[in-house]
Design a protein around this ligand. Sequence first.
Ligand SMILES: Cc1cc2nc3c(=O)[nH]c(=O)nc-3n(C[C@H](O)[C@H](O)[C@H](O)COP(=O)(O)OP(=O)(O)OC[C@H]3O[C@@H](n4cnc5c(N)ncnc54)[C@H](O)[C@@H]3O)c2cc1C
Length: 305
Amino acid sequence: MNTAFPLFTNFPDDDAFETIVIGGGPAGCACALWLHKLGVRAWLVEASDALGGLQRRSPYENLWIPGVMGHSGEEVARALHHHIHVIGVPCHLNSRVSRIEAADGGFRVRVEGGTERGHYRTQHLVIATGTQPVTGHFRQAHNVAIGPGYPMENLEVGNRKIAILGGGDNAFDQARFVLQRGAKSVTIYSRTPPRAQTVLQAMIPQARVCIGPYTADQASMIVNEEVFDAFGVMYGFEAQLPDGLDQDLELKNENGFIAVNRQGETVLSGLWACGEVTDYWHPCVTTSAAHGIQVAKQISLRLGR
Ligand SMILES: Cc1cc2nc3c(=O)[nH]c(=O)nc-3n(C[C@H](O)[C@H](O)[C@H](O)COP(=O)(O)OP(=O)(O)OC[C@H]3O[C@@H](n4cnc5c(N)ncnc54)[C@H](O)[C@@H]3O)c2cc1C
């Protein structure tokens, strides 16, 4: 992965930015790209070592972006990374925003890690920190994968008994992939009638589906008194929020995501959010990127560009 972004060694520390965008997934990349092209001084800050967000977890072909075919999620992520780099959007990787505060008519963010750790002030702040798989009480391990994509693909499944916990699209998708990879059996545990699309459910008639309460124990690898070789935990996704936002309940909706209005702005003027962190319906690369673009346009209008 190319992480060779230009380094901003003479980083001004005061009011240097009109906008800081936190999170370099599809939403944050699209937002930062458009801000940059619209002439807004913007800085993209990403916690991991490459841009692309959740697409980096996906080895599967992404057939859902109109006009884009023949690329895996991971390749889509690499293309986003490359685009931001080539266009020259100021960006720092390995830089986690650990705290956000409202300050002096704008916002103050604390950045940890990377070469630019410190505090920065900005007029507008965009939260594009996306989501992470819900872990329940499980821990990622050699025999337990949490969330879809590479964690599941790295699980050894050949001729083994696999339990998939959860009843959504990802549970049924991953059950199918596990069977294709030679699992001896797959049992899906869903506390409520599965929410997965019926077409996905119909694709794996050989999977056993247990509906109702269950207890699953990682130490013994037992679900409802039955022993399994591996678990796939597909409990959905939850918002990733930097500290400061996390404690400010006013900014969150009933599901723990950031609440925004039609323009993508929170109840605090100048604090915006886009993509999956806002519970955007329906989350995918295209809607996340589109949301980021809408927010960029709103900010540029606010700044009179
Ligand atoms: C396995 C898998 C397969 C998928 N397949 C498809 C598909 O085929 N088609 C499709 O359209 N969608 C697919 N999706 C969904 C798609 O990837 C997401 O909808 C999209 O990535 C959401 O974009 P986002 O920018 O809102 O959030 P994310 O992609 O989650 O990006 C958020 C970014 O913010 C960063 N971040 C978080 N906290 C901080 C912080 N405090 N400081 C700095 N940075 C931070 C994260 O590191 C991350 O890079 C798939 C998802 C998965 C998991």
